[in-house]
Design a protein around this ligand. Sequence first.
Ligand code: FES
Length: 471
Amino acid sequence: MGSIWTAETEIRSREPLSGDISVEAVVIGAGMAGILAAYYLQQAGITVAVLEADRIGSGQTKNTTAKITSQHNLIYDSLIRTFGNRMAEHYARANEEAIGEFERLILEKGIECNFVKCPAFLYSRAEEVSLKREAAAAASLGIKASFETDSELPFSVAGVTRFDGQARFQPLRFLEKLSEEVTVYEQTRALKAEGKQVETDRGCVTAEHIVFATHFPFPNVPGYYFARMYQERSYVMALEGAGRLEGMYLGVDPDGLSFRPYGEFLLLGGGSHRTGVNRREGRPAGRAVRDRQGVEMPERGCRYGWLREQARAFYPGCSEAAHWSAQDCMTLDGIPYIGRFSERRSGWYVATGFGKWGMTTAMAGARILTALITGQECPEADIFSPQRHFTARAAKELLSHGAYTVKGLAKHLLPAENDRIIPNCPHMGCRLEWNPDEESYDCPCHGSRFDREGHLIDNPAQTNCRRRNRS
Ligand code: FES
């Protein structure tokens, strides 16, 4: 089932690339990050072309819950302690300005995309200490943030951290309008980048600047993003008859839920897990795993079922209008990689690893990359730089990420159950896992996904799975 945004938006299709071209900048990926980057580069007087393997907005943009916020879970207290006040302030300012820029653009162009300003909340049912700390940290960085004890949620909470001046919108309607202002080649898959050239299946693009806005960048070397990121899936349900909320809410407890209103609907989200990994892996078999509130956590194969149970418990009588899932790139330290792709490739840029906050950081990323490419000052770029210093949290995550990769690679030696495809990931060979929730083969190493027949759904892999020779 597709997202609620897909069901109500039809973006005009574009012609594929036909032959070789030269432009000043080429952007790979026509999701929110790619289209925004192309738009701002063009505004700065640069000739741009966007390459898209499928259709505009057909990647992760169509599956977002479309919150435009500087509130990104519990982050500011940790940012201050890890990177210091100045860099934490840069993170806050880049995201606060991104909210303002969305509003300015939408008003200036008259884009009808259900843009609504509203507060955003973090909630906990278990404790308030971290929420108070987060509110104080965010406020010290200039964000309108406070701690409160009341909420609109259908259960009692220990407290909430409130951010004012946040927003939400319909992302595909926004993209539909903005993409009219840039040149996009659809059905044009970038296969290889070398120096100033991007080779596609439809021709070659020569450009002084190459921007990788492909969700997960496909070149493995240099940059080594495959070793510095993994992917997470999370699940969303659009409910009718669940009442109305003014704000958007995210639970910070294990398996906390996300609540986000949209017109008559309430979008209820949760059940996050590393792509390709059974969330109960490593837990005692046959024993229920419960969160701190005693709610049983979902097993593989019943995540939508678990979300339905939550919906029924909190909103008896509600009905389900749609359900879908999202896939997010997670960095080792929780901050996106936006900036120069690698010190070894001048003219290459990247915007990736947005975590669950891809709308706001896509805007922040587009503005940072435009500043870097046009040689303008951009103090906020330091915290997002892919070459930033390695933190203790990143080192710990790197070990855990490495362990999943080793396990995934080792498993590929086992005999496979599928008799039509070879279920080893074409990216780097890890053994794929069947995901019954999505009916897809998912890679536990870096998160590529394939349908039942082995056709590529999500990168970093660039090709379909190999098929078995039946003769
Ligand atoms: Fe890298 Fe599968 S996504 S090995």
